[in-house]
Design a binder for this molecule. Sequence first.
Ligand SMILES: [Zn+2]
Length: 260
Amino acid sequence: MQQIQSEDSGFWLLTKGSSVYLQDGELPCGKAVEFGLAGRDGLVIGALDNRPLWLVNECDDERDYVYLRDLLGLPERTFNLLARGVELNHFFRTHRFCGKCGAKTAITQDEWAVQCENDACSYRTYPVICPSIIVAVRRGKEILLANHLRHKGGIYTTLAGFVEVGETFEQTVQREVFEETGIKVKNIRYFGSQPWAFPNSQMVGFLADYANGEIRLQEEEICDAKWFRYDEPLPPLPPQGTIALKLIQATLELCKHSTE
Ligand SMILES: [Zn+2]
């Protein structure tokens, strides 16, 4: 990071946890001095509308922050840049000391990383991204959707879970679907991905087909899971902008054309 000068200008991203500061619904844009940011530490993390996007080091202030998840309606590129800021901020704040020798770290100038200030160590750590699979399962003209405990009584969505050490993404898909619903899947295909800064995950999306099994819920995580026909009323679904909804829409389209 570097000290922000009064005349530095661009878009200003202030983050607090997984929330970002908006002024009248927009990212502040202009000179640092206009927003009281001169003298704070910052780092350019990309560009928006051909202007630099500055991430400003988090500090306690009285500004109103908006939860990033409530901004899913933004264009994907903008949303992902905000996610980058949130994730970098989370990384810097949780890596202030070297994980190897315990000395203080400093943010490096040449790449997004922190480096141990103990010369005998100099260990460099890079932003931690935790991959998580997310998968939509189809059986003929039906899609498997689950009501998770955290959405109890609300939306039904796809299944998801963190990749474990030593696992391929495909193995995670099989394990998570089976653990959560008792269903075995086949024909697993990569679909797309979405940075998910809550606080530092990456959703890796897949489509899969039903192989065998009957629904058996993992009650610590899932309240309900059902097969829904594409041409019958659907439950409330996740919001626009989520990879979950894109997976569901793609699967419903496959259901429509299925001859099974
Ligand atoms: Zn060290």
